[in-house]
Design a protein around this ligand. Structure first.
Ligand code: SF4
Length: 662
């Protein structure tokens, strides 16, 4: 569809327009519907929307379409003003735009490739922002979308041509080639045809971080023992990965388009498909009209699984085996693996001392068929944990603190967040998974924890076939003197207090964001309507144990869930549910008035029981992100499992303490 794009000289095309995503949403409307054309020189970056998340660009229901052309029709369907869409159907495409402009951190949130697809298939070729969320930037690169800054746009709008290399020079040599070829598929074909050779790595022997060590171990086409450093562009072998029903259809179709109907995968046994995201989609009235599309996604996933022979985690009798990230760590992610999957919370696997991150459908299609992928070695930031958490505090409070303190300042941006230190030994394997899971909310590339006996014990319990000595010999730890571009940050766990991330204040231009950290002691009385405990972040065994601890104390005090509050618990996997049943917690939850939901994603993605139904409702939730509209139109506070459970019995956001119900 792109003909000779990108050209060597980039200029604005005759008759094409530039769309500015301004904080003043009326200005966006005037550009879309009244023909208003703005100039960068008349605006400042502060006038532009920051933190545009991928849910806003393509909300979940838009992703029910797998064809990018259909997806583009509903570009930016999630940008709402007073409950009304700013972008009507086809508005972006019909506006004849080729450039789209926003402020800081474009494309935060989910890794969904549908977000840049909605722009590309609406005719956008150049994306301007002050900074990009890492996965979103990579997805743009893979689709051949040029990204530039506001100064470049000013020059383009004054009629200047800018060389293609000015758009690509800031990237490593491999990424530069991908962009200049017009995207990942064009790059891969050109490489296969021998039209260019990849640059050699000449990084000398050096101390390495955990992420660097795992990548170095998986290098393709390099000498044994070759070291890497941050930003080295390399090809690396991938041990495994997975996709789910939101993404598999695109992967299958892309592979058919590129390699024909008879394509095959070289190593399907450690790749998988999951049916977890849309099992409860019919609970959301907004999704009901789209259920035939959901069925198409399921059917195409089954077709892919049967065609390739990857592991099958389809629902049985309407019940999912669990959320992909939880089941993957329970069943097949091993110590020091390099895992890639089509979901932003893939980084949760880092709790198993593995290197794991989310990729878009294009990248996944490439790597699942080749067995290796192109990687720019991430920079690292180290969190040296000391002390131990006080009662009433959990790993969720730690990561909410890091979000408000380090991530807000972009220290974690695109970096591998390395967790280690003596304090790690006071944090369970499941709690480490919470830390790594929310590396995504920190806009980091991934999170990874050091290995120790706590991890090995958990791995052996989950995957009894593993060999402890082999695990120990494969495990990675950072070398003395390894380089941390993001710095080494000591966190004294005993100083962590129970926190929330608040839903912001749209009237003051403060978006609902996981970095909006606040100590519970400082937020006053916040009355709640919904408490939700579940999701990949908070549906693990230890999370369920936290809910159970609070529920037992409540029952002992003669309490049930506060009148007027709906409390939902959704298990992260079938194994987690089985454990809850065996321990009697499932019955306990029922007795105190909790709505229990079978494993899977749900309210977290606005597709299941527990979503808010009007903008006045307040939810306290143990999920990982509180972007506006993601879990319904209400206000959502992120909090720990303990806080969620305690709040459900008091009716206001409440930190847990042992004597709370005395
Ligand atoms: S539980 Fe929520 S965040 Fe986790 S994988 Fe499912 S939709 Fe994504």
């Amino acid at each position: 569809m792109r003909g000779d794009w990108p050209k060597n000289e980039i200029s604005l095309s005759e008759g094409k327009r530039v769309l500015f995503l301004t904080k003043d949403l009326d200005l966006i409307r005037k550009q879309l519907y009244d023909g208003l054309d703005l100039k960068m020189e008349d605006l400042s970056i502060e006038d532009l929307l920051d933190d545009i998340n991928t849910d806003v660009m393509t909300p979940a229901w838009v992703c029910f379409d797998h064809s990018p052309i259909e997806i583009a029709k509903n570009a930016y369907a999630g940008l709402m003003h007073n409950g009304i869409r700013v972008f009507n159907e086809n508005a972006l495409k019909d506006g004849n735009f080729e450039v789209i402009v926003s402020g800081h951190r474009k494309g935060t949130g989910s890794s969904r490739e549908t977000a840049p697809q909605c722009e590309r298939w609406s005719g956008i070729k150049i994306v301007i922002a002050a900074s990009f969320a890492p996965i979103h930037e990579q997805n743009n690169i893979n689709l051949g979308q040029l990204m530039g800054n506001h100064a470049m746009l000013t020059r383009l709008q004054s009629g200047e041509s800018i060389t293609l290399s000015e758009f690509t020079n800031r990237y490593d040599p491999v990424t530069k080639i991908i962009l200049e070829k017009g995207g990942l598929f064009a790059f891969a074909k050109s490489l296969k045809a021998g039209e260019f050779t990849l640059p050699a790595i000449n990084t000398p022997s050096r101390p390495m971080t955990m992420a660097e060590k795992i990548i170095a171990r998986n290098l393709v086409g390099q000498n044994e023992g070759q070291c890497v450093k941050a930003n080295d562009p390399v090809i690396a072998q991938v041990q495994g990965g997975y996709s789910h029903e939101f993404t598999t259809a695109q992967v299958h179709n892309f592979l058919i388009e590129e390699y024909g109907e008879g394509y095959s995968l070289p190593n399907p046994s450690k790749f998988a498909v999951f049916e977890d995201h849309l099992l409860y989609a019919h609970h959301n009235p907004k999704f009901v009209p789209h259920m035939s599309k959901v069925q198409t996604l399921r059917d195409l996933q089954i077709a892919f699984q049967q065609h390739t022979g990857v592991r099958d985690y389809s629902a049985k009798d309407g019940v999912s085996p669990g959320i992909c990230h939880q089941v993957a760590r329970e069943e097949f992610i091993e110590v020091a693996d390099f895992i890639q999957a089509t979901d932003s919370h893939t980084c949760m696997g880092g709790a198993s001392n593995a290197l794991t991150w989310g990729v878009g459908s294009t990248e996944y299609a490439n790597l699942v068929s080749a067995g290796f992928t192109f990687v720019k070695v991430p920079e690292s930031i180290r969190f040296e944990l000391i002390g131990s958490l006080n009662d009433g505090c959990t790993a969720k409070d730690v990561i909410l603190y890091i979000l408000s303190d380090h991530a807000r300042e972009e220290l974690t941006l695109n970096r591998s967040m390395e967790f280690g230190g003596a304090g790690l030994s006071s944090i369970s394997a499941d709690e480490r998974a919470t830390l790594c899971n929310m590396a995504t909310e920190c806009s980091a590339r991934t999170g990874i924890c050091e290995a120790d006996d706590i991890l090995y014990d958990w791995m052996l319990k989950s995957q009894p076939h593993l060999d402890i000595n082999e695990m120990k010999s494969r495990a990675v730890s950072p070398d003395e003197g390894a380089e941390y571009s993001g710095g080494i940050h000591v966190i004294n766990l005993s100083e962590i207090v129970p926190m929330v991330a608040h839903p912001g204040n749209p009237d003051e231009g403060i978006p609902s964001d996981p970095t909006n950290g606040a100590n519970i002691a400082d937020i006053g009385q916040v009355k709640i309507d919904i408490a939700y405990g579940g999701s990949c972040t908070a549906g693990k065994e230890d999370d369920i144990a936290y809910y159970a601890m609070v529920c037992q104390a409540a029952e002992d005090a003669g309490l049930t869930v506060k009148e007027g509050v709906d409390f939902y618990i959704q298990y992260g996997s079938g194994i987690v549910k089985e454990m809850a049943v065996q321990k009697g917690w499932h019955d306990l939850f029922s007795r105190v008035g909790i709505n229990l939901i079978d494993p899977g994603c749900g309210a977290c993605i606005g597709a299941g029981p527990g979503v808010s139904i009007n903008s006045e409702q307040v939810t306290v939730s143990a999920i990982n992100r509180n972007f506006q509209g993601r879990s319904g139109p209400g206000k959502l506070y992120l909090a720990s499992p303990l806080t969620v459970a305690a709040s459900a019995f008091t009716g206001v956001i409440t930190a847990w303490k042992d004597d709370l119900f005395n």
